[in-house]
Design a protein around this ligand. Sequence first.
Ligand code: ZN
Length: 133
Amino acid sequence: MKISKIDHIGIAVNSIENGKEFWTDILGLDFTGDETVETQKVKTAFFPVGESEVELLESTVPDGPISKFIEKKGEGIHHIAFRVENIETALAELKQKGIRLIDETPRLGAGGAKIAFLHPKATSGVLVELCER
Ligand code: ZN
């Protein structure tokens, strides 16, 4: 498996509209627009930072995964995403090494990326996303 960089850091927020001010007005990052990913019940907004990005995640439904996360832990860092060259190869390799996966096959994420999550039980509690663009 080849990881090329940290693609983005996902942050769960109650509201992108309210949450984005810190990243744009205070830190001066560009807001490149938001996108709703219906299959994941989430609205996302990306803020490029050099070679990586900050991704804000807002739930589109009261019982979505991001709502549940915020209910349990409050707003904050939700996941870290690594850019991989070939996500299928990476998943096969991890599976072979006995790593517990949330997604055995990639799904479609924001921006048309192929993404897959590893189980936090296998990663010292960090939700890790693999991402191929
Ligand atoms: Zn992500």
